[in-house]
Design a protein around this ligand. Structure first.
Ligand SMILES: NC(=O)c1ccc[n+]([C@@H]2O[C@H](COP(=O)([O-])OP(=O)(O)OC[C@H]3O[C@@H](n4cnc5c(N)ncnc54)[C@H](OP(=O)(O)O)[C@@H]3O)[C@@H](O)[C@H]2O)c1
Length: 183
């Protein structure tokens, strides 16, 4: 089951899509891990990203511990070394990720953590934000308050136990005046 048709499949154009689960106080991480266990969100995440590329920071890679199945896993790190596997690539910069984009026939999901969301903040065209109805004490990793300021909400998906996924799309820039019209 797909939640939204992928433009990569329909139009052969990949999207760069952020996926995050976020607590009421904007917390996303604690002690290198997710601060909750939310089965419905994990299932949603798996369905959404399967068959696509996922990009994660080195700390998120450590917390997951192995490549996610049926996805191309790209891990970003400036200093660490990884043994590449058929579905695991180590990359050193955002530019390296963007450079292979045109060779991929799938969407690119930016799956965290906070540093990597921030790295791709200008490239992300769509966000899937799971709202976890908890306040997390002593969290150490947070989303920026304004990360959705250039986005409009386009869909809502209700998971179990008051967990909601909101889908946001980047607002189209206002069209510029036609400066050549009077020439
Ligand atoms: N709630 C959620 O949806 C969610 C999702 C993902 C992760 N998390 C949580 O978030 C926390 C981790 O987040 P984090 O922000 O501390 O770490 P992170 O983004 O996972 O990883 C940071 C590391 O990634 C590498 N990196 C980041 N940007 C890079 C760039 N532009 N070029 C090259 N390398 C780059 C660097 O590794 P090097 O130092 O090796 O160079 C950097 O130290 C964990 O608690 C995790 O569980 C939550």
């Amino acid at each position: 089951m797909r939640f939204l048709p992928s433009k990569a499949i329909i139009e052969n154009v990949q999207e760069i899509i952020g996926v995050v689960a976020i607590a009421k106080n904007l917390a996303i991480g604690k002690n290198g891990q997710l601060p909750w266990h939310c089965e419905s969100d994990l299932k949603f995440f798996r369905k959404l990203t399967t068959g696509h590329t996922v990009v994660m920071g080195y700390k998120t890679w450590l917390s997951i511990g192995k490549p996610l199945k049926n996805r191309l896993n790209i891990v970003l790190s400036r200093s660490h070394i990884l043994n590449n596997q058929p579905n695991l690539l180590l990359m050193r910069s955002k530019e390296e990720v963007l450079a292979i984009r045109r060779y991929l026939n799938c969407d690119i999901f930016i799956i965290g953590g906070a540093k990597v969301y921030s790295t791709f903040s200008r490239e992300i065209q769509r966000w899937f934000v799971t709202e976890i109805p908890l306040e997390i004490e002593n969290a150490d990793t947070f989303m920026l308050e304004n990360f959705l300021e250039d986005f409009d909400q386009i869909n809502t998906i209700n998971l179990q136990n008051e967990v909601t996924v909101r889908v946001y799309e980047r607002r189209k820039p206002l069209s510029e005046p036609n400066l050549t019209a009077s020439l």
